[in-house]
Design a protein around this ligand. Structure first.
Ligand code: GLN
Length: 314
């Protein structure tokens, strides 16, 4: 690992000092009891560059459920299939769109209005379609997901059983979405099998440091920078990053483009990952959320970081 840059470490401390207090205005997700118990004061930020140098501040080694951040990696698995087999991409993009939703990530109304074609793979119904596609192509999609994430994090990972059990006990809205997709003919597999994959992804536990490491391949043309292993072709890596940029933070994606300017993806447990092309992977974690379901202190930290280091890609 290369030497840490002391100026960057100091800057990260300043960013953390500004961002941490903003968490007080957010609300920890409470749709399942296990998330409602999250420590609202927890905060971690990690930047991991392509050489492997890690700049860290706060609770960077505390695991949390990655939740919707898993949607990026499900899409990556589907894109790997698209890289390997002709026709997969065409079929997939006929079943899920690539436009920002401008609606909450779990909106049933939009799905009904748009006849079962989800706006994009970063919202719940889009991810359910991707999970359905994965059931066609992977022998065991849950195992493929763990293998992908362990390859990228370069460490063994586990599923948070408490989150998994809680999620399984409160699937009403996601089940409604899956049924609606099925009613429009946009699911091929049993609703229960698709939901099983979906909640497994949500319940994978990772740390801020591991997530920052794991997203670096998208900043590096699809190649995992430590091992040199190609995860995706450069074309598809760019497309996944584009979808994160336009859709990764739900109906606040415009605001993120405006104030952060980086491809990002958030999860309801308070994690946000970001990509700085050709430079690094970033992750911030703070459980209290804003009204769009994005970590409030995470959003503030990414804004400060982007401003101070001039990271915006636009
Ligand atoms: N488990 C959550 C759900 O299915 C994930 C959503 C999120 O992280 N935004 O609604």
């Amino acid at each position: 690992m290369a030497e840490q840059d002391p100026d960057l470490t100091k800057l990260l401390g300043e960013v953390a000092d500004i961002a941490r207090p903003t968490a007080a205005d957010g609300e920890v997700a409470d749709y399942i009891p296990v998330l409602a118990e999250a420590d609202p004061d927890a905060f971690g930020i990690a930047l991991v560059d392509l050489e492997g140098t890690e700049h860290l501040n706060g609770d960077v080694d505390q695991p949390f459920a990655i939740q919707s951040i898993s949607k990026v990696f499900s899409l990556v698995l589907a894109m790997q299939e698209a890289d390997a087999h002709d026709g997969v991409a065409e079929e997939l993009w006929s079943r899920v769109g690539r436009e920002p939703s401008g609606d909450p990530y779990n909106s049933l109304v939009q799905l009904e209005r748009e006849r079962g074609i989800p706006r994009n793979p970063m919202i719940n119904p889009g991810a359910l379609v991707i999970d359905d596609v994965l059931l066609d192509h992977c022998e065991d999609p849950k195992r493929s997901m763990m293998q992908l994430l362990e390859t990228l994090a370069r460490e063994p990972l586990t599923v948070d059983q408490g989150v998994l059990d809680s999620e399984q006990g409160s699937l009403h809205r996601n089940r409604a979405m899956a049924n609606l997709l099925a009613s429009f003919g946009n699911l091929r597999h049993e609703v229960d099998d698709v939901l099983d994959n979906y909640v497994h992804g949500c319940a994978i536990a990772m740390t801020t440091r591991q997530l920052a490491r794991s997203i670096r391949f998208l900043a590096n043309d699809g190649v995992e920078p430590d091992s040199g292993e190609r995860i995706l072709s450069p074309e598809l890596a760019k497309r996944v990053a584009a979808i994160m940029f336009t859709c990764g933070t739900y109906d606040a994606a415009g605001e993120f483009a405006f104030s952060v300017g980086l491809p990002c993806k958030s999860g309801v447990a308070g994690g946000i990952i970001g990509i700085v092309p050709r430079r690094m992977g970033v992750c911030v974690w703070s459980p209290p959320l804003d009204s769009s379901g994005n970590s409030l202190a995470g959003r503030t930290a990414l804004h400060e970081l982007s401003q101070r280091l001039d990271l915006s890609i636009v």
